[in-house]
Design a protein around this ligand. Structure first.
Ligand code: NCD
Ligand code: ZN
Ligand code: ZN
Length: 424
């Protein structure tokens, strides 16, 4: 296959016109558009479109096994492909929880059957994510888990977390943490702030997140493990991670599009499509997350794609489950909000969604170079479209971004040189 006349970012972050030749699932040649190409095999005309490495999302919920009414591995993988993602890492808070080699294998089998994007499974830190007993890390690694996390809940016991980190370190595996101290949250549906006050709701304080970040940084220092912080949403967490990095502690971190774009003041009313964990925080927290992403304190962007059914989300702000979908809006949202108006370089956005996750998790993808797997995404930077959940490939329609007018929509996605999604 030859992708002709694509706009490709060079090492200086400048766009150049290139022909990309793909052979046996690998990028075999990158030619200057001025050079003549051998017109053999399939030709894809990409004139005027941006070609980037396939996006990588290291924090997603595919819901299978157990919650197939919310999403399946197949529908989730298709939603990812439509959003321009070629590699995704799925969280273990399924039913049963991914706390055994058998479930890790099941996830891998279902992903292979779906035959869409690359799906990397995480395994739980504790059995059933109950925080009581560690899982069998060696067996889970052997089965193909890429890291350990109890995402969905925080590991409440510091001793449990320390034991987990020691074991993970021995196995050269990362620990990925959902940071939340339950004693500081107790049933609050939104962050502390103007929205909670106005509606008489209990608020989630920033410390409930940052206290775990601080604790775990100290435990990472003590054990030497690679510690990765999930969905950072507070100014305090960013500060702690920045300081830890400065003194050489092996900590990395991720941030979600919604925490870069929305604050609690933006919540329009008692609509659970605005309810997620961590919650939307203050404008100050949003600014701190943006700054953290720009200076590299926050290494990568993830969606935390968390589909729920319409019935579940209709239960209202207090009772509905936390979570919003993310695959199909992530790139256009960030492109439109930050790159199009000139606030961020295009190369920064692309790097935080491709090369950086590949670096942090040591993945063999995420770069547009000869010899790399042909995991590729073609993007139309010009056409403006409204976010319409009815068009989502995901079973989940729970998004706060309905009606937003965006540019930067993926139009075609390849995994190992195979087209896995193509706009009509
Ligand atoms: N982020 C969310 O709001 N929800 C996630 C759990 C999680 O990521 O903590 C879910 O599984 O629904
Ligand atoms: Zn989480
Ligand atoms: Zn999550």
């Amino acid at each position: 296959m030859i992708i002709k006349n694509a706009s490709v970012l060079n090492e200086e972050g400048v766009l150049e016109r290139k022909h990309i030749v793909v052979q046996d699932g690998v990028i075999s040649k990158i030619q200057d558009a001025a050079e003549a190409v051998e017109e053999a095999g399939e030709i894809v005309e990409a004139e005027g479109k941006l070609l980037i490495p396939g996006l990588i999302d290291m924090h997603v919920h595919l819901r299978e096994p157990g919650f197939e009414h919310k999403e399946t591995i197949e529908t989730g993988a298709r939603s990812a492909a439509k959003g321009g993602f070629t590699t995704i890492a799925c969280m273990p808070n399924t039913r049963p929880v991914t706390d055994s080699a058998e479930i890790v294998q099941l996830v891998k089998d279902k992903a292979r059957e779906a035959g869409l994007v690359k799906v990397l499974p995480y395994a739980a830190i504790t059995k059933n994510e109950l925080g009581r007993e560690l899982t069998d890390f060696a067996a889970l690694k052997e089965a193909g888990a890429i890291g350990f996390t109890d995402d969905g809940v925080g590991v409440q016991s510091a001793q449990m977390m320390k034991d987990a980190m020691k074991l993970a370190k021995e196995l050269d595996m990362p620990v990925i943490a959902h940071c939340e101290d339950n004693s500081l949250v107790e049933g609050a549906p939104v962050a502390e702030g103007t929205f909670a006050d106005k509606h008489g709701l209990k608020g989630i304080p920033n410390e409930s997140e940052a206290i775990h970040v601080g604790r775990d940084i100290l435990l990472s220092e003590a054990t030497g493990v690679h510690y990765h912080v999930c969905h950072v949403s507070t100014e305090q967490s960013v500060r702690l991670i920045r300081q830890a990095k400065q003194i050489g502690i092996k900590v990395t971190a991720e941030v979600c599009p919604h925490h870069l774009l929305l604050s609690e003041e933006d919540i329009p009313g008692m609509d659970a499509n605005w309810k997620m964990n961590p919650p939307l925080r203050s404008r100050r927290d949003v600014e701190a997350c943006i700054e953290g992403l720009l200076d590299g304190t926050l290494d990568i962007i993830v969606t935390d794609h968390a589909p729920h059914s319409e019935e579940e989300k209709a239960k209202g702000m207090q009772l509905a489950p936390f979570g919003i979908v993310g695959f199909e809006t992530a790139f256009p949202l960030l492109y439109t909000a930050f790159v199009a108006p000139g606030k961020w370089d295009l190369s920064l956005l692309v790097q935080r969604m491709t090369a950086d996750p590949a670096r942090v998790f040591r993945l063999n993808t995420g770069s547009l170079t000869v010899g790399a797997p042909a995991d590729l995404t073609l993007i139309d930077l010009n056409e403006e479209k409204e976010v319409d959940p009815a068009t989502f490939a995901s079973k989940g329609h729970n998004t706060p971004f309905t009606g937003w007018k965006l540019k930067g929509w993926p139009v075609k996605t390849w995994v190992d040189g195979r087209a896995v999604w193509s706009e009509a």
